[in-house]
Design a binder for this molecule. Structure first.
Ligand code: ATP
Ligand code: LTN
Length: 338
């Protein structure tokens, strides 16, 4: 059996990604890539948040497939299942249990202010369900269950992190120091990769195919999508996110994936057209994704081993979660367990 996460004193990281479609380079740059970079200095839990995914309607067969694909991607980016706890949210019922308790410490007004709720309810007018509304409370439970210190996420999740902190502080003010108040970890560059078709919106895996580069896209697909990315008409390669969001987005992707600074990119591409920038951004994606795609294929071909990793992860996560739940039950006054 693998070691317990709390035996060493490293701070705890928790993060989750929804298995709501095929992951994009936005997900990679804003979150997955950082998981790997942070691996050695933290005790980390990375979760496939399948219960969050059902807040919008999902095809069950497709959802199951997306869960496997996402778990395989965690492993394919190099996360070591011995150093990190990799598991599925619905395998640890304590997430739902704590979410219920925290629902009773969260105000309707706070949830009504959430921009993700506003966006998603505008997008799914025929299914504005209570789960979509209380989504941030389940996310707070995910995080607080493990006494998490740091949560690596993209910029779009900042507001959800703030509500998780507010809930923890509120709970502690009533019951004493029960829950650790988590800090967000949002990368300086790449926290918001933009849609290829509408560079005023974030790139999102549940948007139409031509708006994103998928982590599993073939080289041809990547080249084709990049070629059609929306830029602007003045043809100057300059990093100016406000006035030139499309071009700046491609420059950010190129910079992060190649390690070249934005200034160097600006200098190298002075006087060149957008076609060259798009072609090089495409090649940078292809090169960064190729080893991940190869590993992903290997893991997908070994579902038995993938399931073994997830089962082991869920068992280890459950043991940590049980400690927080025992404290919470006692503090709140729920019926003692026999
Ligand atoms: P959905 O479209 O289903 O809402 P999504 O593509 O927005 O999904 P999530 O599962 O919500 O992806 O996000 C997983 C992680 O990736 C989160 O930490 C989120 O902040 C980050 N992320 C998502 N999109 C981007 C993006 N365009 N740029 C940077 N980070 C991103
Ligand atoms: N809400 C996040 C996914 C998510 C998450 C979490 C991220 C669910 N639980 C806990 C960090 C920590 C999203 O939509 N990207």
């Amino acid at each position: 059996m693998q070691g317990e996460i709390k035996t060493s004193k490293k701070p705890v990281i928790f993060s989750g990604i929804q298995p709501s479609g095929r992951l994009t380079v936005g997900n990679y740059i804003g979150s997955l890539r950082n998981f790997k970079l942070l691996e050695d200095n933290y005790n980390s839990l990375y979760c496939v948040v399948d219960m969050h995914a059902i807040t919008v309607r999902q095809d069950p067969t497709e959802l199951r497939r997306n869960i496997s694909e996402l778990a395989a991607l965690y492993l394919a980016v190099g996360l070591d299942p011995n150093k990190n706890i990799l598991y599925c949210q619905s395998h640890v019922p304590a997430h739902a249990e704590l979410a219920w308790v925290l629902n009773c410490f969260t105000y309707m007004g706070e949830l009504q202010r959430m921009t993700q709720y506003k966006d998603k309810s505008a997008k799914h007018v025929d299914n504005i369900n209570a789960g979509l509304f209380t989504y941030p409370v389940l996310m707070a439970a995910d995080i607080l269950l493990y006494q998490t210190d740091v949560v690596p996420v993209g910029a779009d999740q900042k507001q959800h992190l703030e509500i998780a902190r507010d809930i923890a502080v509120r709970f502690n003010n009533i019951y004493g120091d029960v829950l650790v108040v988590p800090e967000p970890y949002i990368p300086k560059l790449g926290a918001k990769i933009l849609s290829l078709k509408d560079p005023l919106r974030k790139m999102s895996k549940s948007d139409p195919e031509d708006t994103f580069i998928g982590m599993l896209d073939s080289p041809d697909m990547i080249r084709k999508k990049m070629k059609r990315a929306v830029t602007d008409s003045d043809a100057r390669i300059k990093y100016d996110p406000e006035n030139k969001p499309g071009v700046s987005n491609l420059m950010s992707i190129l910079s992060i994936l190649t390690g070249r600074g934005i200034d160097a990119i600006e200098a190298d591409y002075a006087g060149k057209g957008y076609g060259v920038l798009k072609a090089e951004a495409a090649e940078a994606c292809i090169e960064a994704l190729a080893p991940i795609q190869a590993e992903h294929k290997r893991w997908m071909a070994d579902q038995a081993e993938l399931n073994r990793v997830l089962k082991d992860g869920a068992e280890r996560a459950s043991r940590i979660a049980a400690r927080t739940m025992a404290k919470v039950r006692k503090k709140v006054g729920l019926a003692p367990l026999f």
